[in-house]
Ligand binder design. Structure first.
Ligand code: GAR
Length: 217
């Protein structure tokens, strides 16, 4: 049985599109059953509908600081679609600890840095200002702290001297689109499990490969 997944977005939804595409094959262990945006102007809504996925808006703005009331509306939509797993894809609204607890171990987020480095806003700019030579993207389980939680998968890119936040973001985004579907595949297929604060993954013992930056000759 495929696990039923909701993708929550606030913007263009390129990670959403990558997840929808990856979930098409019959042997993928999850199906995207609904896309939910907290903003009516999110470009991803149209993209989702074009892909044949139900897309709904639950505006968070009218709820103001009443996060619990917004989450009650969100939970009702998740219940209606019998959602089992949530993927956040550029969802820019913080949750209450209660909502996070309810979905603990069943809600993933993606962030464009190698966490725990550079959580929060402008992670690519933060990486450039820190002068790191390698950055990347992280898929993690959601905990109450922003851009933190047990790490499911990471992908790395080399940082070049000439990079701007935009060029680095574009390269990292390419990695995001590769790792998010694979992380969902692991979770939905029961091959990623939580061991305290650590996520253990089947097959990780065979991990290989190194990335050295700048390259040495
Ligand atoms: C992605 O780069 C994602 O990693 C980032 O927002 C972007 C959404 O793009 N998320 C965060 O920064 C979370 N703190 P998308 O709408 O095209 O997927």
């Amino acid at each position: 049985m495929k696990r039923r997944v909701a993708i929550l977005i606030s913007g263009r939804g390129s990670n959403m599109a990558a997840l929808i595409e990856a979930a098409r094959p019959a042997d993928f262990p999850a199906e995207i059953v609904v896309v939910i945006s907290n903003r009516a102007d999110a470009g991803g809504l149209e993209r989702a509908r074009a892909a044949g996925i139900p897309a709904v808006t639950i505006e968070s703005k009218p709820f103001g600081k009443d996060r619990a009331a917004f989450e009650a509306a969100l939970q009702a939509a998740l219940d209606q679609h019998r959602v089992e797993l949530i993927c956040l894809g550029g969802f820019m609204r913080l949750f209450t600890a209660e909502f996070v607890q309810r979905w603990y171990g069943r809600m993933l987020n993606i962030h464009p840095s190698l966490l725990p480095s550079f959580p929060g806003l402008d992670p690519q700019g933060q990486a450039l200002r820190a002068g790191v030579k390698i950055s990347g993207a992280t898929v993690h389980f959601v905990i109450p702290e922003t851009d933190a939680g047990p790490i499911v998968m990471q992908g790395a890119v080399a940082v070049a001297d000439g990079d701007t936040a935009e060029t680095l973001a574009a390269r990292i985004l390419g990695v995001e689109h590769r790792i998010y579907p694979e992380a969902l595949r692991l979770l939905a297929g029961g091959r990623a499990r939580l061991d305290g604060d650590i996520c253990r993954t089947e097959g990780s013992a065979e991990a290989g490969g190194v990335l050295i930056s700048p390259p040495v000759t």
